[in-house]
Design a protein around this ligand. Structure first.
Ligand SMILES: C=C(O[C@@H]1C=C(C(=O)O)C=C[C@H]1O)C(=O)O
Length: 376
């Protein structure tokens, strides 16, 4: 039997040939890329790739090697596509960017909408982002706020997208797909809940607690210690505070901010009742124009994937190849198509960067229904 050194020498000789052939293959793919640019042909040719996979599989003997050569060729062809997307970007053959870059949001006279009512955390986020004197108003639901933007009743909406304890706000992801609105900013604010009741109520009077579902969850440690309290979910923490004031029933309390309690003349029965003292929520600023700030550094996109093994893995490779740092991935079921998902990805970059254009070009061709949700 040959020694390890001898075997490795033979491997080195085979690898030399593979590497040389790899370079030759990439060079040919580059020439195909030039041809495609000249003739306006798409980079990704799914039929040709499927034929190629069948062909190479038919040329090896064992099942193990069939799988291996399949995977190898998937990678090789994905690399050659990336080379061609790069060529397209370099040749300026990408078409016009559908987003316009702006130096500022011109928010001075803007009308800003937030969901909830006076004292909602969304209002705190609005003031945090646009300043104390901004011209803002509220509507009841997230959908109402998205509609106000789409119809032009407001210029910007401030909406919660993610909480550090409760995770994603699923409804917002679905609304971002449904509406033609775009994210242009984000802001994070601390979320500190209190238990608030009528001015003459005591903790011992409380029987029913109202709040938004996630706020009840965030204060579950405190609330569950009072197992006789009924927990009731309403649209918003500030709406819960409003209800306590309206009902004038001293056995009722709301989980809401100290600001909302004050705004509705309620008494704080317990402070800082959230389980996590660092509880905070990320809010997005949404508008109906396809704009992005010149210095924007984060991009949100979503796309659907064919229901085949490895499809997400292949799409994510566009981030790796273009040296783009992915910061978040989320998936939501696609309505009416059981067990199929839409993926939401946040990554660092600006729509004007070549690497970003490159990645988006590849993602657009290889996924379904790619949408750029915003650069902010
Ligand atoms: C090289 C080409 O571009 C792409 C890459 C392929 C490959 O690497 O073999 C095949 C089809 C295309 O998706 C081509 O069209 O031939």
């Amino acid at each position: 039997m040959a020694s390890l050194t001898e075997l490795r020498d033979q491997l080195d000789a085979v690898d030399d040939q593979i590497v040389r052939l790899f370079e030759k293959r990439m060079d040919l793919c580059g020439q195909v890329g030039e041809y495609k640019i000249q003739n306006g042909k798409k980079v990704f040719d799914r039929n040709r790739e499927n034929q190629k996979l069948q062909d190479v599989e038919s040329k090896v003997s064992t099942e193990f090697n069939k799988k291996g050569v399949h995977e190898l060729y998937e990678q090789l062809m994905s690399m050659s596509r990336k080379l061609q997307y790069q060529q397209l970007v370099q040749a300026g053959a990408l078409g016009r960017l559908p987003f316009i870059s702006v130096p500022s949001l011109h928010a001075g006279n803007a009308r800003i909408v937030f969901p909830g009512t006076e004292g909602a955390y969304s209002q705190a986020a609005t003031v945090h982002y646009f300043g104390e004197n901004c011209n803002c108003f509220y509507v009841q639901t997230f959908r109402d706020a998205m509609e106000a933007i789409e119809e032009g009743a407001a210029d910007f909406a401030v909406l919660p997208i993610e909480n550090s304890t409760a995770g994603s706000v699923d409804e917002m992801y679905d609304l971002l797909v449904e509406f033609e609105n775009y994210i242009v900013g984000e802001t994070i604010i601390p979320i500190e809940h209190t238990l608030a009741g009528l001015a003459d109520a005591e903790l011992s009077d409380i029987r029913k607690v109202y709040s938004k579902g996630v706020a009840l969850l965030q204060a579950s440690g405190f609330l569950n210690a009072h197992s006789d309290w009924q927990q009731i979910s309403v649209a918003n923490t500030a709406i819960a505070a409003q209800k306590i004031l309206d009902d004038q029933d001293k056995s009722q309390a709301a989980v809401c901010s100290a600001y909302a309690a004050k705004a509705h003349g309620l008494k704080v029965l317990a402070e800082k009742i959230n389980d996590d003292p660092d509880n905070c929520t990320r809010f997005i600023v949404v508008t109906n124009q396809k704009i992005f700030l010149e210095d924007a550094g984060k991009i949100s996109i979503c796309f659907e994937l064919p229901h085949t093994s490895g499809s997400l893995y292949h799409l994510l490779s566009h981030f790796i190849y273009n040296d783009l740092n992915m910061t978040r991935i989320e998936s939501r079921p696609i309505k009416g198509r059981n067990w199929e998902y839409r993926f939401f990805i946040d990554f660092e970059g600006n729509l004007a960067d070549a690497a970003v254009k490159n990645a988006i070009r590849g993602l657009r061709e290889e996924s379904r229904s790619l949408r750029i949700l915003g650069n902010y």
